[in-house]
Design a protein around this ligand. Structure first.
Ligand SMILES: Cc1cc2nc3c(=O)[nH]c(=O)nc-3n(C[C@H](O)[C@H](O)[C@H](O)COP(=O)(O)OP(=O)(O)OC[C@H]3O[C@@H](n4cnc5c(N)ncnc54)[C@H](O)[C@@H]3O)c2cc1C
Length: 465
């Protein structure tokens, strides 16, 4: 059996940031440890879901100046690329692959100058058992005896449009369930008519790839709300809010959701202020605003304002919008608000049955049905943490070691990321990073949030050694 002090499950950006910060903290704290990272996919360490794309049209949706791996050196991403001969506009949006390259270099450098002993295993982690006072992580490549486990498993894939597609349809050549799997979009042919389910950032990326390959391809994008992501401005301005003002708002208007704080901020700002400045000015407080809400208030926000929040929060770069605007303008891309209720096969193609939810966005087709050749699931990741689909989470859930967060987003954790069991007790050896913490912190999926979590976790784990 292999031995490691710390076992990290998941080698996406969160797992890589954990390795990086553990190496740095061990060095800084004069301690040492052994780490084994288990990743089930073929992707390189740090690439994960967000940063494995090689398409240069797939841009970061966060400005370069915010993509450092270090909370204490926010300009490091831009500074590192300068050492490689690439001068980046700190306010600009660069290809996502550039973040993967940067992160990989940071991890290698940190490991080279650190005392930690690092191993990476290509395997799926399936369960954790306690035996004679120690922990055994089982993987498809053998067991690891360990002291601490870090769950960095990200979000599970979308469920494959349940209720719309049968199991047979899901296996069909017409369906692309996960456009992020390398090579999947190569299945689309130039002559295809494509239906995209989802109108968020994944849809924007898929359209970018398809138009890049086939300039004349036609696409219909459908989602319940039919809303496209908002667009970043070229220049960045933030209407900073001081903590005293925030406290006053909390006292006068207790229980305001993040969205209501945004609306209040807009009301109080000069009419010439761009809404994005107000939104971004709230960013340092979003976690605190969320944590102050009661479970019912959190649920009300999710029921009422979630869509609007997401559309404003996850914006596309201006460059991506230029392309989307063009293909909307020439009707290569049609966007509609509706429920895709079913698809039926007809003469070697599929017909989509869509019930419009906002008739004014309906495309001018008599029965709102489309004959098409490829259906692509662009709904993005599943909000459920993978409790039912990821073997390690399912097993921990079955043992009562993990429970889902009350909102349905992620799992129940303490503010420091320690996992809470079915009775709400801290499991001191079980740590979490990234989207698993979304229900507790709400802002927990972008790099600025994850790098802070990883640095704090690393400091705690190496200081106690
Ligand atoms: C398309 C896209 C674009 C994005 N763009 C940006 C951006 O521009 N800026 C930004 O800050 N954020 C961006 N994000 C957010 C992004 O999700 C996070 O920044 C980050 O990539 C999340 O990393 P992660 O490691 O938590 O999750 P993931 O990238 O999902 O990685 C989790 C890893 O865990 C592995 N895993 C899961 N279960 C097991 C198991 N049982 N055993 C072994 N391995 C397992 C998976 O294979 C996966 O590789 C983007 C996200 C997406 C999806």
């Amino acid at each position: 059996m292999r031995r490691a002090d710390i076992t990290i499950i998941g080698g996406g950006a969160a797992g890589a940031l954990a390795v990086l910060h553990l190496a740095r903290s061990a060095q800084a704290n004069g301690s040492t440890c052994s780490i084994e990272l288990v990743e089930r996919s073929e992707r390189d360490l740090g690439e994960g879901l967000g940063f494995s794309t090689r398409d240069q049209g797939h841009l970061l949706n966060v400005r370069a100046e915010q993509m450092s791996a270090y909370p204490d050196r926010p300009d490091d991403f831009v500074a590192w690329w300068a050492t490689q001969g690439r001068v980046l506009d700190p306010h600009g949006f660069v290809p996502r692959a550039m973040f993967a390259t940067y992160l990989s270099a940071q991890v290698q450098d940190a490991l080279a100058s650190s005392t930690v002993d690092f191993t990476q295993t290509r395997a799926e982690a399936t369960s954790i058992a306690r035996s004679n006072g120690s922990l055994i992580v089982s993987t498809t490549q053998g067991d690891i005896q360990t002291k601490d486990v870090v769950l960095a498993t990200g979000n599970p894939p979308s469920e494959g449009l349940p209720g719309v597609l049968s199991e047979d349809a899901r296996q069909s050549e017409h369906f692309i369930g996960d456009p992020w799997i390398p090579g999947q979009l190569d299945r689309v042919a130039e002559t295809d008519r494509v239906v995209l389910v989802g109108t968020g950032l994944t849809m924007v990326d898929v359209v970018t790839t398809l138009v890049g390959k086939f300039p004349n391809i036609t696409m219909l994008a459908v989602s319940r709300h039919g809303l496209l992501p908002a667009v970043h401005t070229e220049t960045h301005s933030v209407l900073a809010v001081d903590s005293e003002t925030m406290e006053q708002r909390h006292e006068r208007f207790p229980g305001l959701s993040p969205w209501q704080h945004f609306e209040l901020g807009k009301e109080q700002a000069a009419s010439s202020t761009d809404w994005r400045s107000v939104f971004d000015g709230l960013r340092p407080y979003t976690v605190d605003i969320w944590r102050r809400l009661t479970p019912q208030q959190q649920q009300d926000f999710l029921d009422r304002d979630f869509r609007q929040w997401e559309v404003h929060r996850h914006r596309m770069p201006p460059e991506s919008w230029s392309l989307i605007e063009k293909v909307l303008g020439n009707e290569q891309l049609l966007v509609m608000a509706g429920n895709l209720t079913s698809v039926t096969e007809h003469d070697h193609s599929w017909v989509a049955h869509i019930e419009p939810t906002r008739p004014e966005t309906s495309i001018q087709r008599p029965e709102f049905t489309q004959r098409f050749s490829t259906l692509i699931d662009c709904t993005g990741r599943h909000p459920d943490a993978g409790l039912s689909t990821n073997p390690i989470l399912r097993s921990l859930h079955d043992q009562g070691v993990v429970r889902g967060h009350a909102t349905g987003w992620g799992i129940d954790v303490a503010p420091d990321g320690i996992v809470l069991d079915a009775r709400g007790q801290r499991i001191e050896w079980l740590h979490s990073l990234g989207s698993l913490r979304r229900g507790e912190a709400w802002e927990s999926t972008a790099i600025p949030a994850i790098r802070q979590q990883a640095a704090t976790l690393a400091n705690a784990l190496t200081a106690s050694d």
